[in-house]
Structure formats: structure tokens, C-alpha cells
Design a protein. Structure first.
Lengths: 531, 273
């Protein structure tokens, strides 16, 4: 049977098979050559978001993406992940009023204030911070270096989210423990330098108010805001507080005051900061903080010393913990680590929009009147909350009404800048944070909701205020029993120490070198567009 | 010389002064054409925008970041590059395997299924656009297709549809050309030249700029006549020359063979003995 079937299958002779094949080939080739053969359409068949499936004459509002320079020190973009959803541009233009607020053609720069809101809005993670984990890890591994890490106020209400602790979970102790496990030699708190900022910036405000200086004074803690002023409102540079951001004050004092106390060679100290921010990566690249122009470099007359060395976002720290700590999954249960240098909860509330203002008011009151502020000033409701622009006035004995304004989101700040420019501003002090909600919702924070949502901001904000109310930061509560202790920057014993042992007094010559800075007019890099 | 197939000539007007270098168009191109970000030969990841980024078989459009001098200062200008979609394309005219054809909308479409890989088109193209798949065993030539299927559906090409600053304006070529002249004449910052209006007989893509095109890497020595139109001056003699040659050859052949026969008849079979 099988044999028979096989014979039947060989119905076609070899000769005939070959001639049929050759014939088909010839016909096909002829058809192809003459263009008669049906061929598939070679045009693209990919996918694009729906808003692009029309004629470009249609007024599509959400399209494209932000321009990002390849050499941007804060942000990078992976084109492979970009889906052109347009969200980065929405954030940059509508929230921050950066894109679209300069005339085209462009000049010599990709205009960017490095706030990182685009990275927070990006649903695919195409835009992210420039990854500096390896550099920090190499510094830690280097036995010659003494690696000091500082953590910004807002980090402790963000990092827990990366480890399943829920929005706004308090994870200060766990974070300190993780940092020690990673091998940092010293873990300090930026809350401390926030206190230092209050002393310097508060004294500057008192100086300006009482001696007829340029008002209103603008805060300078936020590097995104500072660059925004330098680009768009150079005429307001004299209004900017000359005080450095807390991180930069910390950088310079760690390499001078602390280096001397510890007996460390400042050249061997590597300063790392964990920040809820990517603009801080830009800030440390400013030449005002490098070498002889910087604080520590100038102090030692050494061109090789920079005040700060590396900045990691909270997201990067989380990545680092997952990568290098085998028990990272257990982060939530890490023991409560303690800082080597502590701050007050006035420093802590720097993380919230309105926090710098509230902390400054508390200490300015003391600086002006000599007395600690009344209880109401520990709960300055008008400057709290997520509203874009908040106005308040504080009655300070001897000075009268001090009018303060708080803004977060640069589009809101822009309104106030216009107010100042037009001479309509009647306030004395303006706090601006580039990111809506302040640093707790900064461009370097975990992407717990994309795009950023108020319920996350509210959770983080609430945790910060809760801990301010408890006033329980640090374990050196020597004056235990006093409720308000450590809710005031000027009562932080380590602040008293640094002035007694090193800086003498706020605004002293040395304080100016280490804790203050200068700004650059960047308006020549763009043509401002009046929108 | 424009192909009679083109009944609805579309175009894109690129206003180089409006480009901010975001590279959206390059990403849209990759997305629509399902292309990876790997360089076809080096296999390294690369963005399709940046300094000195070049077209390749896998990258049909680029945005070239150029730092040029303008009024004594260095400024960034960003130049989108892709197939210009000539009205009378040289690539089409040289291709003997009919791999190229024009669509109703004027897209110069390349079909790899018909390509034999001779690379004449690459030599013919005045803009150095077609790129070869050197890494493949059976390589094709690759280039921008002007999203011909999107155009046929009444949509803008992928790149133009995503531009956030309207630096890429899609529409009917004649209207865009009028618009380009209107913009140039109403704003003195522009160079008085619409690139692509006349170059090699005109292109679907048109550019206006405030920096001379030569400084931005555009070929500026192109004739106004199209390449096929130009060589037509002598290629049109091809058939007559062949015909005359063939006739002459036939004549000579007939003459010599007849002479041979006559010679044989006259002298008989001398050698047979």
C-alpha cells in the first residue's frame, strides 16, 4: 500500500517540475519588472497617539515634547520610551511657564530650569534624572574618601513610597539606616542647614526691612526658581536672598567646620546629597560653588575643592538601596537610624510649600523682638496647603505688619514677579518653590501617581506638619519638657555651636563666604516673550 | 516634468526659525515606521537628533543640531532632514526595477519588494537620502516614504503631525509656497530664499530660514532643472541612436554577407580540391 501511494505522489516528473518552476519565476520576474505585480504598501503601519491621526491643520493642543539638551546635567531622555504623549510639555508650559515663554528662534541654550516636573509627568519614564549612582558608589568603595551624605527634609516622606509604605509614609529612621548600610561614613540632615539658612536668610530679611534694603526679598532655596529668575526676571536678582540653599550651605560647612572638627582632609571629603529634586544636580554644577569661587575652595584657597560633589534623587537612592542592599525588601522594618547632625522641625517644614516662610517667621520674630514667637506662629495656616499663591500678614511687635506671600509652581511665581515688576507688590517676603506643593512633590520624588496628584502631595504634606507638631526630631532633646523646643531653627543646639565655634554670627564675613552666593543674569540666552 | 500621477501635490513647509530641537518628529517617524533606535551597522543605541546625527536605513528623518554664527553670536539651529520628495525625482528616473513611484499626493514611494539593490538611486539623489542596508544579506535601499498611506487617508505625515511649535506645516504645496513667500516678505529676519521651491525642479518639502542654507548643511549648488529633466537633453537620443546604430549594423551586415556570397560565387569552390 505504502509503496503504491508513494508512486502516485510522484505524479510530476523532475523535468516537468523544473520547467514549471522556471516558468513561474520568469512570469513573476517579468510582472515585477513591469510593475504589474501586486505588491504590499511599503508605507508605515506603526502606532501614534490618537491626537496625531489627523491633518496638522487641526488645532491639536497636546502634542510634541519638551526640548532637552543632550548635555542637560539634571535630566536625560530615552527616545525609545517616548510615546509623544505631550505631558512633559503640558507641565513645562502650563505648570512652570518655561516652554513657550521665550521667542523663537532660540539662541544659544536649550531653556530649562531643571525642575524635573517633566520627569514626574512622563508616563513611560522616558525622561528621568541623570543617573549618578555609579559615581557615588565608587566614592563609597574608595577607602581614601570620607563620604558624607545629607538628606533633604522632603526625602523622608517620599522614600517609603518606593518600598510599599504608602503615600507620605514617615521613613526617616529607615532611610538613615539604609544610608549607613550602603556605607556612607557620615549621615547628616539637611534640616540642620535649613536652620542655618533661616538664621542667614532671616537675618538678611530683618536687615532689609530695618535698613531699607531691596524688598520684597525672594527666597533662594529652590535652584529651579533661582534659574527661572535669572532667565526671565534678571531685574529681580537684587531681590533674591543672597543666602545659599540649605544643601549648598551644608556642603561648604561640612568641608570646613566639620572637616576641622573631625580632623579630616577636606580634599578627601565627598559630599553627597539625597534630594527630592533634580535641579539640585544643576545647582552643584554652578561655578559659584566650585573651587576658588566656592565656599570651601575659597576658604582653603584651593581650586580643586567643590562645595558639593554629587546629588542623588530620592528615586536614585531607592534604586541604589534595591541594587546594593540584599534585604531592601525589608526596608519598612529597618531600625530607626539616627543622624550625626540634626535639624529642627522648622528645618523639616522646608519640604512643604510655605514651610520656609513659616520657619523664617518663627525665627525672624525672635531676631526682631528677642522673644520666641507666640503659639499662633507655630501653625501659620494661611501659608499652608497646596494653593498656588498664598498671602498672609504677621504682626511683629516693633515692626508692624509683615506681609508675606508663598507661591509654588513657576507659573504662579511668574504672576508675582509681574506684580513686583509693575510696582504693585506690597509684600515684604516671597517664598517660591518651583514644584507645585514644594519639595515634597519635587522632580526627584517617587512617581507614586503619574501625573502628580494632590492626594499624594497632601499625604506627604500632612506627615511633615504632623512631625513638626510633635517636634520630635533628633534625640538630643536636652531641654526636654519644653513643647516648642526644636521647632525653632535658632534653638537647634548645633546651630548655636556652629555660630559659637566657627561662623561667629549670622551675616558675618565667614558666613558670607560659606553661606551666601551670587547670581548670574541669564537673560541673554533667551528673548523673553510676554504672554 | 512632474509626474501626471500626482493630482494632489502635498508638501511640508519647514520654518527652521521655529524649531526648538525637541526631536518629536524623529520619534514619531520611528514609531510610525516601527523602527528601532539601533544603528543598523554598529547596533548601538542612538537618538535620531543631535549633533552630527545622520540618516541611515533605519532612520528616515533626523534633526541635526547645528551651532552656527548669527549676528556675531553662536546660536543653535536645528535642521530636520528627510527625503525631499522631488517633484521630478532622480531616484525614480534611474530605477530600472520600478522600485520608485509617486503617489497621488506626490510622495516618492520606494518599494523594497521590487528593488534589486543596484544603488543607482543613491548615486542619483542630489540630497544623499537613500541609504543601504549594508548589514543585510539581501539588502534594500531605505528612505522616508512621506507616510504615503497617512497622506492618502487625509492625515499629515507622522513627523509634521507631532511638531509642538508648528515648525513643520503640512498642506498643499502651492499654498505652502505662497505662505512661505508671505512669511519671508513680511519678516526681514528670513533669508530671501525658499529652499525646495526651485532646487532640482522643486521638492515637496520646503524650507525657510534666518541663517543661509549653506551654513546649515544644505547643498546649495543644485540646478533649477530636475535631474531627469537635465539628462533628458541627451538621454532622449538613446532610442534614436540605438535605432540608427541597429539600422547601420543591419545594413553593414547585409552588405558584408552579400559581398561574401558574391565572392564565393565568382571564385567558385577553389579550396575544395
Amino acid at each position: 500500500m505504502e509503496k503504491h501511494e508513494q508512486t502516485e505522489n510522484k505524479g510530476m516528473s523532475r523535468r516537468r517540475f523544473l520547467s514549471v518552476m522556471a516558468g513561474t519565476g520568469l512570469v513573476g520576474a517579468a510582472a515585477t519588472m513591469t510593475g504589474c505585480s501586486p505588491v504590499s504598501d511599503p508605507s508605515g503601519t506603526g502606532w501614534l497617539p490618537n491626537q496625531y491621526r489627523n491633518a496638522s491643520a487641526m488645532p491639536v493642543k497636546v502634542k510634541g515634547r519638551v526640548p532637552l539638551a543632550p548635555e542637560n546635567v539634571s535630566l536625560v531622555r530615552n527616545d525609545e520610551k517616548c510615546i509623544l504623549c505631550g505631558q512633559c510639555l503640558e507641565a513645562c508650559e502650563k505648570v512652570q511657564s518655561v516652554f513657550g515663554y521665550y521667542e523663537l528662534p532660540v539662541l544659544d541654550e536649550f531653556i530649562c530650569v531643571h525642575c524635573g516636573q517633566c520627569a514626574l509627568w512622563c508616563p513611560t519614564g522616558a525622561i528621568s534624572e541623570r543617573d549618578d549612582i555609579e559615581k557615588v558608589w565608587n566614592a563609597i568603595q574608595d577607602p581614601d574618601t570620607y563620604v558624607v551624605v545629607q538628606t533633604s527634609p522632603a526625602t523622608r516622606v517620599g522614600i517609603g513610597e518606593e518600598f510599599g509604605m504608602g503615600a507620605g509614609a514617615w521613613a526617616e529612621g529607615q532611610m538613615v539606616t539604609a544610608l549607613r548600610k550602603l556605607g556612607f561614613d557620615m549621615v547628616v540632615d539637611t534640616n540642620f542647614s535649613a536652620d542655618l539658612t533661616i538664621m542667614e536668610e532671616g537675618s538678611e530679611l530683618v536687615e532689609r526691612v530695618s535698613h531699607g534694603g531691596v524688598l520684597p526679598q525672594l527666597t533662594s532655596c529652590c535652584p529651579g526658581w533661582v534659574k527661572f529668575v535669572e532667565y526671565y526676571y534678571p531685574e529681580l536678582i537684587p531681590n533674591l536672598s543672597s543666602a545659599r540653599s540649605p544643601m549648598m550651605m551644608h556642603g561648604s560647612t561640612l568641608k570646613t567646620y566639620n572637616a576641622e572638627k573631625l580632623g579630616k582632609d577636606p580634599k578627601k571629603i565627598v559630599n553627597v546629597a539625597i534630594m527630592p529634586c533634580v535641579a539640585k544636580k544643576f545647582e552643584i554644577s554652578r561655578e559659584q560653588f566650585h573651587g576658588l569661587q566656592g565656599g570651601a575652595g575659597h576658604y582653603y584657597n584651593d581650586d580643586t575643592i567643590n562645595d558639593m560633589d554629587y546629588v542623588l534623587s530620592v528615586r536614585e537612592l531607592a534604586k541604589m538601596i534595591r541594587k546594593f542592599l540584599p534585604d531592601a525588601d525589608n526596608f519598612a522594618n529597618y531600625e530607626e537610624g539616627k543622624y550625626d547632625q540634626i535639624g529642627s522641625t522648622a528645618g523639616l517644614i522646608f519640604g512643604n510649600t510655605g514651610g520656609v516662610m513659616e520657619a523664617a517667621v518663627r525665627s525672624a520674630y525672635k531676631l526682631i523682638t528677642g522673644n520666641n514667637p507666640p503659639a499662633g506662629l507655630y501653625d501659620l495656616q494661611p501659608v499652608r496647603g497646596l494653593e498656588g499663591i498664598k498671602r498672609a500678614s504677621v504682626n511683629v511687635p516693633g515692626v508692624g505688619e509683615v506681609k508675606v506671600v508663598v507661591a509654588s509652581g513657576l507659573a504662579n511665581a511668574r504672576q508675582l514677579c509681574e506684580e513686583i515688576k509693575s510696582g504693585k507688590a506690597d509684600f515684604h517676603f516671597l517664598e517660591v518653590m518651583a514644584c507645585p506643593g514644594g519639595c515634597i512633590a519635587g522632580g526627584g520624588q517617587p512617581k507614586t501617581a503619574v501625573p502628580p496628584q494632590d492626594w499624594v502631595r497632601e499625604a506627604r504634606t500632612a506627615t511633615v506638619y504632623e512631625h513638626d507638631k510633635a517636634g520630635q526630631i533628633g534625640d538630643t532633646n536636652e531641654k526636654g519638657g519644653q513643647d516648642l523646643y526644636l521647632r525653632l531653627s535658632h534653638e537647634n543646639p548645633m546651630i548655636t555651636d556652629i555660630y559659637n565655634e566657627f561662623l561667629e554670627k549670622p551675616l558675618s564675613h565667614l558666613a558670607h563666604e560659606l553661606c551666601h552666593t551670587t547670581y548670574v543674569d541669564r537673560s541673554s540666552h533667551l528673548v523673553r516673550k510676554d504672554v | 516634468m512632474a509626474n501626471s500621477v500626482v493630482t494632489n501635490q502635498k508638501g511640508v513647509l519647514v520654518d527652521l526659525t521655529k524649531c526648538v530641537g525637541c526631536g518629536s518628529c524623529t520619534v514619531a517617524c520611528k514609531m510610525w515606521n516601527n523602527q528601532s533606535f539601533q544603528h543598523p551597522q554598529t547596533e548601538e543605541f542612538q537618538n535620531a537628533h543631535g549633533v552630527d546625527v545622520e540618516l541611515d536605513s533605519n532612520t528616515w528623518t533626523t534633526v541635526d543640531h547645528k551651532l552656527v554664527e548669527k549676528d556675531g553670536k553662536e546660536v543653535w539651529r536645528f535642521v530636520k532632514r528627510q527625503c525631499m520628495h522631488c517633484l521630478d525625482p532622480a531616484c525614480l528616473s534611474v530605477c530600472f526595477s520600478h522600485s520608485f513611484h509617486q503617489t497621488n499626493e506626490g510622495a516618492v514611494q520606494y518599494n523594497p519588494e521590487l528593488c534589486v539593490g543596484c544603488r543607482y538611486c543613491m548615486i542619483a539623489c542630489p540630497f544623499d537620502v537613500p541609504k543601504y542596508e549594508w548589514e543585510k544579506v539581501m539588502p534594500s535601499v531605505m528612505k522616508c516614504q512621506f507616510c504615503s498611506s497617512k497622506l492618502a487617508d487625509g492625515e499629515a505625515p507622522a513627523c509634521a503631525s507631532v511638531c509642538p511649535t508648528d515648525a513643520l506645516m503640512f498642506g498643499n504645496r502651492d499654498e505652502l509656497l505662497a505662505k512661505a513667500h508671505e512669511i519671508i516678505s513680511s519678516d526681514s529676519k528670513y533669508v530671501n530664499h525658499v529652499y525646495g521651491e526651485k532646487e532640482v525642479g522643486g521638492t515637496s518639502w520646503l524650507y525657510i530660514s534666518d541663517v543661509p542654507f549653506g551654513e546649515l548643511g544644505f547643498p546649495t549648488n543644485l540646478p533649477e532643472q530636475s535631474v531627469p529633466g537635465n539628462i533628458h537633453e541627451f538621454t532622449r537620443f538613446t532610442l534614436p541612436i540605438f535605432a540608427v546604430g541597429a539600422t547601420a549594423w543591419a545594413g553593414i551586415s547585409m552588405y558584408t554577407s552579400r559581398r561574401h556570397k558574391v565572392h564565393e560565387a565568382e571564385h567558385g569552390h577553389h579550396d575544395e580540391k
